[in-house]
Write a protein that binds this ligand. Structure first.
Ligand code: ZN
Length: 497
């Protein structure tokens, strides 16, 4: 049957068209943004009540043409259940964060091509990155919703409120519709315990918040000290110092996670949400014995979680491959994965997971698919690749600025790039500017300076780069989506095996 949508003089996005929940839906391109179209049969106009836009009645139903606005995004998630973020459970999953708000179509394409059976998260951003890019949890959520609808991804999505540190962070992200809450107790991890002597450890353990831990030091000792735990083919010796060190290092973190989890469950009420525990951004690795202790303590406190991100051995720097001994990493992953199967099952979460091409096959093998991958920053780098191809002058300006900002902006990230090893901007001919993205140092420099690039003001109070950057990407959505697809297919294919 011919639809009213076919009679409109608009540029419909073909994959967005769908019939669901009593209406026909589609997106149309409208300059650099989108228009929402909905058609309901005569007599069903009330279905459109929660949408904004202009309506036209007719014998064959009512047409609504509305903006890609926050109100319409909320209404769409209400009408179309596949747009509504939901828990993903223990299936292999990947979070593809998007700092610019334009990457979801490319992410969807990569998942379609390479992610057989994989459950995706398109809305994923940490509070830190939201404040660096000047975006709110609602904007992050809505951008993913529009991108998901545009590409017609109807197999379900999660939404990750990443690296949450306070109950207020949880509240803001719950209100925006997130379903996956990553609690980061990193500020409560005491990495100095790694090198502390027995006396210091005893003092530190005595000072733990025992009331919050609903425990006593004597009971802790009785429960763990002297045990030999065999998990599959891994043996963990829980001698006194190992237990004290784990408790001194992670005891306050365990208490914090329990506090955050209770807040989350209470605030979420009947809504289904899932929790990740992440300690990936700490200074020193999480040993298998420490992982075992943390997970056992969280269980004792009644916490339930779907994934856990230990700090693995070696270095997971931003936007570059793993730095370290791959055999050592595989042995480490093997032990952590065995513990996650025994004490869960829950997934191991790989943070800073962009570009870790040598790690994906190992992670898939050792976790047997109980794995969640997080990437975010390299979608920004693919945006820069797209810009380099469209406006080399703008790309060069951004590179010059990124070099100026690098020493400041690197502070909260794990990176080791050096300015003196990265090419000087005036030494790179225009035709090979894009190759800066393949060099270790320039790549990291471009990676961690996204916040400054996006928020820097020009003399006339406008943004120095933001509008030009976003405008270029919005005007060339296919170019950006192609680059993203190519890049992320390489991430996802080895993960689903
Ligand atoms: Zn992380």
């Amino acid at each position: 049957m011919k639809s009213r949508l076919d009679e409109l003089d608009v540029e419909l996005l073909p994959r967005s068209r769908t019939e669901d929940a009593g209406a026909e839906w589609a997106l149309a391109r409208a300059g650099e943004t989108h228009q929402l179209l909905a058609v309901v049969p005569a007599g069903r106009e009330a279905l459109l009540d929660d949408l904004e836009g202009r309506t036209e009645g007719g014998a064959d139903g009512t047409l609504l043409v509305g903006p890609a606005s926050p109100r319409n995004a909320v209404a769409l998630r209400r009408h179309l259940e596949w747009l509504r973020p939901r828990p993903l459970g223990t299936a292999t999953s990947a979070g593809l964060g998007d700092r610019l708000g334009l990457a979801t179509p490319g992410h969807v394409r990569a998942v379609r091509v390479a992610g057989a059976g994989l459950r995706p998260i398109f809305a994923q951003q940490s509070i830190r990155e939201m404040s660096r890019t000047g975006r709110t949890p609602i904007e992050v959520m809505d951008d993913a919703t529009w991108g998901t609808l545009a590409e017609g991804w109807r197999d379900g999505v999660g939404a990750d409120a990443d690296h949450l540190k306070t109950p207020e962070d949880i509240d803001a992200c719950l209100a925006a519709g997130f379903s996956f809450f990553t609690v980061d107790p990193g500020d409560h991890v005491d990495s100095s315990a790694d090198s502390a002597g027995p006396e210091e450890l005893r003092t530190a353990v005595a000072a733990l918040p025992w009331k919050e831990l609903e425990d006593t030091e004597a009971d802790l000792r009785a429960l763990y000290v002297g045990r030999t735990v065999v998990v599959e083919d891994h043996t963990l010796q829980l001698d006194e110092l190992t237990v004290l060190r784990a408790a001194a290092k992670y005891g306050r973190a365990v208490a914090h996670v329990a506090r955050m989890e209770r807040h989350l469950r209470q605030a979420a009420g009947a809504r289904e949400v899932e929790l990740e525990v992440s300690v990936d951004e700490t200074e020193t690795p999480t040993t298998p014995a420490e992982h075992y202790w943390v997970a056992s303590e969280l269980r004792r406190l009644g916490v339930t979680w779907v994934s856990l991100a230990p700090r693995f051995v070696g270095r997971f720097e931003k936007g570059v491959d793993y730095i370290g001994d791959l055999d050592e990493l595989e042995a480490d992953l093997a032990a952590h994965a065995a513990i996650a199967r025994r004490l869960g099952p829950y997934k191991l979460s790989l943070h800073s997971g962009s570009d870790k091409f040598s790690v994906y096959p190992i992670a898939a093998r050792q976790t047997r698919g109980l794995v969640h991958l997080k990437t975010a920053g390299t979608s920004y780098l693919e945006a820069l690749r797209t810009v380099a191809g469209l406006d080399a002058g703008l790309f060069r300006e951004i590179y010059v600025f990124a070099r100026e900002r690098y020493e400041t902006d690197r502070a909260s990230y794990h990176v080791s790039a050096r300015l003196d090893r990265a090419p000087k901007p005036d030494q790179v001919p225009e035709s090979s500017l894009v190759s800066l993205l393949e060099g270790f140092d320039a790549r990291e420099i471009l990676h961690v300076t996204f916040g400054s690039v996006l928020t820097e003001r020009s003399e006339d109070e406008g943004f120095r780069f933001r509008d030009r950057l976003l405008g270029l990407l919005a005007a060339h959505p296919e170019a950006y989506a192609d680059n993203l697809e190519t890049h992320f297919v390489r991430h996802l294919r080895p993960l689903v095996r």
